[in-house]
Design a protein around this ligand. Sequence first.
Ligand code: ADP
Ligand code: MG
Length: 627
Amino acid sequence: MEKENKERLVKIIASAVLLTAAVVVSKVANLKMWQELLIFLVPYLIVGGETLMEAAEKLIHGELLDEDFLMSIATLGALCIGFLPGAESQFPEAVFVMLFFQVGELFEDMAEDKSRESITKLMDIRPDTANVERDGEVITVSPTEIAVGETIIVRPGEKVPLDGEVIEGSSSLDTVALTGESVPRGISVGESLLSGCVNLTGVIKAKVTKPFGESTASKILELVENASESKSKSESFITRFAKVYTPIVVAAALLLAFLPPLFSGDFAGTFSKWLYRALTFLIVSCPCALVISIPLAFFGGIGGAARKGILVKGSNYLETLAKLGTVVFDKTGTLTEGVFEVTAVHPEIIDPKELLHLAAHVERYSTHPVAVSLRNAYPDEADGCSVEDVEEVAGEGVKAKVNGKVVCVGNSKMMESAGADWKECEKKGTIVHVCLDGVYVGHIVVSDRIKRDAAEALSALRREGVEKTVMLTGDKEDVAAEVAAEVGVDEYRAGLLPADKVTEIERLLADKQAGKGLAFVGDGINDAPVLARADVGIAMGALGSDAAIEAADVVLMDDKPSKLAMGMKVARKTLGIARQNTFFSIFVKLLVLLLAVAGLASMWMAVLADVGVMVLAVLNSTRALRA
Ligand code: ADP
Ligand code: MG
């Protein structure tokens, strides 16, 4: 329990004891009214002093009335009521109401801490220690103390503390905490190591590539923790609602206190009775449960999704996910593996090895999946050749000077702008053309595999109520048609440049049904503008890709398009829970309000109902976490 809450608890206990004592004393001793007030004021101020101060402060700053204010005037009113002619004193009630209100607040705080804590615990990825090699010795330190470039040692069973590159040993990693999937991944020398994974089998040595704060584990935790701060529409609705609501309630209470006695003809005789009802009415109107239960439900939903490897950056995106009507996919790396293999080399005037050599050199710095495949096909890429003036044209290819000659590597658009006379190829796959100083020297055919769960992902989305699925790609028409047919998207567009993709998204946004959302799913490589333009931008496979984490609103950690439908399910459940909480608390409120107006509810009942509803709403919210 946090320090603040501990203090609150102490105050509550002290006040409860003193309240009991005061009740006993007032029964036994024959005190004057003002003496009685004094002994009840002690427990009242102990437990409610802070609330009174806060209410006064807000009032001075002209901030609108909230629950602190409602509780303050209700209890102050109750303390005064006894001084009215012919009225019974309500000192114990006043203290009790304030006391119970504080119990409710304490509970609310604890529930919030608890769900925050359980999310972090669920996502058990924060490493506590790291073994670092310094001056030939291995010492254990906090991961924050390790600098980039140092060597860390990760033994089996340990969590990888920082991102790095393996320099010795091989092992398999459990990535469940990052992806929600517990398929071990093999890892060996030269491969990159992500913090937050658990090392399963062998001892590995790695060179640290990122400081702790920028490592994957820290980034993800930060994301999840901040997610709850960006407010959803229903949350901002509640805030706006409270602004109108509280003044109305106060006005209604005033009317309730004054109007009936005025009309009864016997003001002095009936005022205290109606004042009591008005005060009860104020207590009932406190929107505590309403205010807490919605953010808590969303928080739970974000945590529940994170457990499944779906990072949602804010409650508002959860809302959009729940009502997606159109889902647009990028092809490469999203519906396909994005791991190309060279399947044919067709040179024109040079020999095949030279063609691969040129292509691999030009692609030296590109992160595009096509580039990776070309480099892999020519293992001796890092020879003495000079590669200068590299210029990557998104959606087309790369241009560079190799040993002083201008080489272009890319699709037919690239060849056209280079003025080279390219040739068609009868082979299936993505054709990478190469020209040397404007002269066509041949092409390399690379092909990609469709992801295993792609088709299933699309049918799952349809089951979740998505009406339209579209695939956009910069690739050729025939490759696009084949992938589209195989995975079963409704529409596709081929040969698009990144800017065309934005235009397409805009067209689809204009077409979509009102009230439905549009999602774009991409891999974060050259589709950041599209990710930003969609109602919700979803990036694939953030494992290792910072760009994707930055640009997207939702990140699917393990490359699987089928996770999107799962995310929609979690989002729906969360919204359902938030809605249940709202309806339930409003219903109970209305009921007790009517009873209060009719004089059938006491202040005790009112505060118990308020706190009771809140507790139920909080418990209901935790269901979202277990989605
Ligand atoms: P997608 O829309 O399928 O994700 P991109 O927009 O990234 O594809 O790329 C479209 C096309 O441009 C690719 O199919 C490829 O032919 C060509 N291309 C893009 N980048 C490169 C590169 N670095 N090297 C060669 N060709 C490239
Ligand atoms: Mg792409």
